[in-house]
Structure formats: structure tokens, C-alpha cells
Design a protein around this ligand. Sequence first.
Ligand SMILES: Nc1nc2c(ncn2[C@@H]2O[C@H](COP(=O)(O)OP(=O)(O)OP(=O)(O)O)[C@@H](O)[C@H]2O)c(=O)[nH]1
Ligand SMILES: [Mg+2]
Length: 311
Amino acid sequence: MDLQDRLTSGDSRALARFLTLAENNDPEAARIIKELYSRTGNAYVIGVTGPPGAGKSTLTDKLTKKLRQKGKTVGIIAVDPTSPFTGGALLGDRIRMQDLFTDPGVFIRSMGTRGHLGGLSRATQSAVKAMDIFGKDFIFIETVGVGQSEVDIVKTADTVVMVMVPGLGDDIQAIKAGIMEIGDVFAINKSDRDGADKTKIELEMMLDFSEKKDWRPPIHNVVATTDAGVEELLECIFKHRDYLMDSGEFKKRRYRNTREELINLVKERVLELILKDTGREYNIDDLVSRVLSKQIDIYSAAEEVLGKISG
Ligand SMILES: Nc1nc2c(ncn2[C@@H]2O[C@H](COP(=O)(O)OP(=O)(O)OP(=O)(O)O)[C@@H](O)[C@H]2O)c(=O)[nH]1
Ligand SMILES: [Mg+2]
């Protein structure tokens, strides 16, 4: 059987193999997705993000166990386990999610920041598609909520769970612009620590001041390590899903994401074509030097590059 058949027949080694191809931007991964595209779009994608060490993996582990109890299958994509903030997280995740590694209904994959950033987001999107084709009911994408690329990745989820911890104080102020708009559900994890109620009040106040939308993100106190509040958090996620479905917002989100993905693919492909065209690498660095030394202006430089495909 070839990889494609093994993937659709539920062979998890085939899924692992496929994800490696996707990560390496191997054309075989794109070919398989092309063939099986009609099977995508069924899994519900949950983004889990928040500051380093907030308990995202522990919470994902607990949410996954609840979904398994309900008979659902789960895929987990942990993005960026090699970031400087989270050194060794991969090993940590193995410990935090160890029961899940032996559960055939769960597939866990870590994706590193290898290559450049556009590549990571494409690889993540391919991974979501592969797990979806594979038949997973729910897919988690865990990313550290630091940096635009991580935010872009998690924005492709259907429901984004923002994990906060007590005592963030000024940090909340600093990151609020980015987080307030992408969080659909807020979890204040480590609520066994002091200041959990205060953090909740602060977050509620911030929501009061932010732009009013039809869906007001619920804020939930949880303790991932003891499972306290996790069932209620999962209910909040389901409520958000119902809201998306009933309001038509689900279709709008998927439209927005597909549009963005399409544009990015085209952009990436065009750039690739230009830079690799006719077998000789286009020397973009040379052009940059010429712009800097004012031998050419930047608009003409861009036209020169584009001229390679249009003319
Ligand atoms: N006290 C307390 N500790 C927790 C709780 N949840 C997680 N932790 C601990 O916090 C640490 C980090 O947990 P992780 O689940 O790895 O956090 P993370 O957000 O995935 O971390 P990175 O992926 O490295 O950013 C671990 O030592 C956990 O045991 C909680 O609710 N209360
Ligand atoms: Mg983690």
C-alpha cells in the first residue's frame, strides 16, 4: 500500500511519515493533500496559546483525556518546542502527556521552528489537514503566545483558548492588544496560586474596555495539574463552537483562513519561482546591496524581480 492509502486506512506510522514530509516541504506531501483534499474540513481545531510555562501542555493533556472519555479521537500539534523560551519542552511534553503517547486514539506531533517562519505555518496547516484526513475529531495546536508568527498560526484555529496565569500584572497590559482579539475562551490556569481572582477581575475589565462583539469570551479559572475546572473549560469551548455554527461565524472564519492560506501559498510560490527561475538562483542580496548604495531605487528593484516572471 502506498502512503496515501495507509493514511486513509488509519495507519499512524503513515501519519508520522506524512508529517515529516510536510515539515520538509516535500512535494509528495502536497501531492497527497491534493488527492485527499475532499476529506478535509471535518475536524474541529482548537488553538491553545499563552505565555511560556503557563500550563498549555498540561491543560491540553487534560482536555484531551476528557474528549477521549467522550469517545472522540484527538490530534495534538505542539508548535515551536525548540524556542529559546521553552528549551526542552519536547521532553517535558513527553512527561506531561505520557499517558496519551500510548493511546491509539491520540496522535501527538511536535513541530520545530526549522526553516523560516512561513514554512512553519505551512507545515502546521499541512499537519492539521493530515490529521483531519486521518479522521481525528479534534485537533489541538499548542503555540507559545509570543511573536507574530505564533499568533498567525493559532489564529487558524476554530476556537482559541488563551491560557493565562495569576499575577501577570503588567505583562497583561503589555500583551493585551494581541491577546484580547484572538482569545475566544480564557483559562486562568494555576488558579491554585494566589491572585487568581484578581487576574480574573483584571481580565474581565479589559474585556469591558475592548471592542464589543457578539461573543464575549468567557474567563475560566482552572488548575490543569489537578483537573479542577477543566470539564467546565471544555464546555466553554463547546459553547463557542455552537455559537460559531449558529451565527454563521464558523463559515466566515473558515473563509477568512482559507483566503489567507491561499494568498500565502501564492506569495510563497511566486517568490520561489522568481528566485529559482531558469535554474539560476536570483541574487536577491546583490539587489539589496544595489538598493542600499543607491545604484537602483527599491521600486525599480521590485520591478526587476517581478519582470522575471511577467516578461
Ligand atoms: N501549580 C500549578 N502548576 C501547574 C499547573 N498547570 C501546569 N503547572 C506546571 O507548570 C509547568 C509548565 O507546564 P506546561 O504544561 O509545560 O506549560 P506550557 O505552557 O506547555 O509550557 P511551554 O510549552 O514550555 O511554554 C509544569 O511544571 C506544570 O506541572 C497548575 O494548574 N498549577
Ligand atoms: Mg508546552
